[in-house]
Design a protein around this ligand. Structure first.
Ligand code: URA
Length: 425
């Protein structure tokens, strides 16, 4: 097989054969196909797409590039959730211990933030002592004893995707439905979960800016999961506005703990419960009551045990940023928009996110949102508080925030849209 003919086939809008796909994924993983060649192929896929048959084979080849985990020794059914990423999306933090408290085992392999979206591991690393890198044996041990574990995927899981995702990130080829679907599902299928709920975000702060693309991505991923024997469903959820009232690592941990304590912002609680019900249904536990587990403290008990099992101290004070800057409401009225992308970008500029994979993040950096769309605001009252250890970033962060919100005259009717926009099974 030669790589030029594979690239030419896709460049000329042809269909890659199973042999093309198996060979090119394997050869790229081994280093026989060069980055510039794979980059060219990724761009041809980005521009010309892939058939469902090609996507299925591409996913299978990426799974076959590495190890598969095995949870068959567990007595509980396994359930996992994957979000396609958004701003203020801290849902995994309360969700994993909540679903474990209801009887499922939750093997939550998570990632770090890149660009304007946050990463679950960066958030949890704000907790003093907490460790993201576990061996497979440690991961199984926490899963068995606590019921949930949130950790980094080992190097052996879908290594072809690891290499390809890093390449896509620097070649403008991330936002491709076939490449996103195969990337996410290869890791989730290799992870070995029995059931999976996908939270496909839609809106300015998400990869998918409109509901048509989000539906296509969701149905592609549901099909891939189902074909591999993983019970998979997807919720399409709003990401036009940030979730909750914080974006940033330690700020989001604090908010997640509020949810586990029975409080927290209404949208975070609503989405956590909606995803928990989906996961419990998919795991064959439809009678479990996640609202009760949140209210009676059992989810919080699981959280504390999970954090301790991974070296963290759930009682330790969370880091705070050295400097804050308040943005006041410029006029009195009703907040009508708060743009997720603009808020995510500003949080990133303050130091909550990274530009390159190896960059550090600031635990305390981020943004607090004092009002959400639909809330009344009064001129001069705090609208946003910016947090950072590097105050020279305030101006840069503020630049993008001017057009991030809209305020209509007081008394303007405003109806909040739903958080869950659609369900795909
Ligand atoms: N997350 C992934 O794991 N892969 C993608 O391609 C996009 C988001």
């Amino acid at each position: 097989m030669d790589v030029i003919s594979v690239i030419r086939t896709k460049r000329d809008r042809g269909e890659l054969t199973p042999e093309h796909i198996d060979w090119v994924i394997d050869a790229y993983t081994r280093g026989e196909v060069a980055h510039e060649q794979m980059s060219s192929l990724a761009m041809a896929i980005f521009l010309n797409g892939m058939t469902r048959k090609e996507i299925a084979r591409w996913t299978a080849a990426m799974i076959a590039s590495g190890d598969r985990m095995d949870f068959s020794s567990l007595t509980r059914p396994t359930a996992d959730k994957h979000s396609t990423g958004g701003v203020g999306d801290k849902i995994t933090l309360p969700l994993a211990p909540l679903v474990a408290a209801c009887g499922a085992a939750v093997p939550q392999l998570s990632g770090r933030g890149l660009g304007h979206t946050g990463g679950t591991l960066d958030k949890l690393e704000a907790i003093p002592g907490w460790r993201a890198n576990l061996t497979n044996a440690e991961m199984l041990g926490v899963l068995d004893s606590v019921g949930s574990v949130i950790c980094a995927a080992g190097d052996g899981l879908a290594p072809a995707d690891k290499k390809l995702y890093a390449l896509r990130d620097v070649t403008g080829t991330v936002e491709s439905i076939p490449l996103i679907a195969s990337s996410i599902m290869s890791k989730k299928i290799a992870e070995g979960t029995g059931s999976l709920v996908l939270d496909v975000k839609v809106g300015s702060g998400a990869f998918m800016k409109n509901i048509t693309d989000a539906r296509e991505l969701a149905s592609t991923m549901v099909g891939l999961g189902t074909d591999h024997g993983v019970r998979t469903t997807a919720l399409l959820t709003d990401m036009a506005t940030p979730l909750g009232r914080t974006a940033g690592n330690a700020l989001e941990v604090r908010e997640s703990v509020e949810v586990l304590a029975g409080g927290g912002p209404a949208d975070v609680v609503e989405l956590t419960l909606a995803l928990a019900r989906e996961m419990l249904d998919a795991a064959g536990l439809p009678d479990a009551d996640p609202a009760k587990a949140l209210a009676d403290g059992t989810a919080m008990d699981h959280w504390r045990r999970m954090i301790r099992a991974q070296g963290g101290d759930p009682d330790a004070p969370l880091p705070t940023a050295r400097e804050t800057h308040v943005v006041p409401a410029p006029q009195t009225g009703v907040l009508t928009t708060l743009d997720a992308y603009a808020v995510g970008l500003a949080a990133w500029r303050l130091g909550a996110g990274r530009a390159r994979k190896e960059d550090p993040v600031q635990a305390g950096a981020g943004i607090e949102l004092h009002a959400k769309p639909g809330d009344a605001v009064v001129a001069g009252q705090p609208l946003l508080t910016l947090h950072t250890d590097t105050p020279d970033t305030f101006d840069y962060a503020l630049k993008g925030l001017d057009s991030a919100y809209g305020i209509a005259p007081a008394g303007t009717e405003f109806t909040r849209g739903p958080i869950v926009l659609d369900r795909i099974a």
